[in-house]
Write a protein of this length. Structure first.
Length: 177
């Protein structure tokens, strides 16, 4: 059995498609995620919470492997994954198009429950499993968001952090008013 290679979307075409459908963009970019199970879990959460796609960088990151596909539990078949040649440049291009870029970090300056940008076009950036967000990506974000957790827990897994953030944005978007 021979399976053709996965065809990645272009990050700007992904955004164009979301906007052309009249949707408020809710996308996730991965900054150095190397575990395919995290990618699969993030794809599944994007699908579950109304997101429209995932962006992976071309280098120093996992691609859509068989393991990622399996972990997505079928969500990878209906949730586009785009590949960015340069993640920082892609983030800047999204910002120029009116998308707010939110990085996730334990020491973020905005607490997730107080996020005022949830109803706006949003790109959530999730950092690598060990190092978190890279310096250049952090400097490019509009805000760095933290998820309040128990002091006895050092940090959340990248896939879990993305899921919690996507859930909270979906919850805030569903609120009337």
């Amino acid at each position: 059995l021979k399976v053709p290679p996965y065809e990645y979307a272009h990050p700007m075409e992904l955004l164009d498609k979301v906007v052309s459908r009249g949707q408020v963009p809710l996308l996730v970019a991965l900054d150095g995620i190397t575990d395919p199970r995290n990618l699969g879990a993030i794809i599944r959460s994007v699908a579950a919470f109304g997101g429209q796609g995932v962006i992976v960088p071309q280098r120093r990151s996992v691609g859509l492997t068989a393991s990622a596909w399996k972990t997505s539990a079928g969500a990878a078949a209906r949730t586009p994954v785009a590949m960015a040649t340069n993640l920082t440049q892609t983030i800047k291009a999204y910002k120029e198009r009116g998308v707010f870029v939110l990085g996730l970090a334990g020491d973020g300056d905005v607490s997730l429950p107080e996020l005022a940008l949830a109803k706006e076009p949003v790109l959530i950036v999730v950092g690598s499993e060990g190092k978190g967000l890279s310096r250049l990506v952090t400097e490019t974000c509009d805000a760095v968001v933290s998820i309040p957790i128990s002091a006895s827990t050092e940090s959340l897994n990248a896939g879990i952090a993305a899921s919690v953030t996507l859930y909270e944005i979906a919850r805030l978007r569903a609120k009337k008013g």
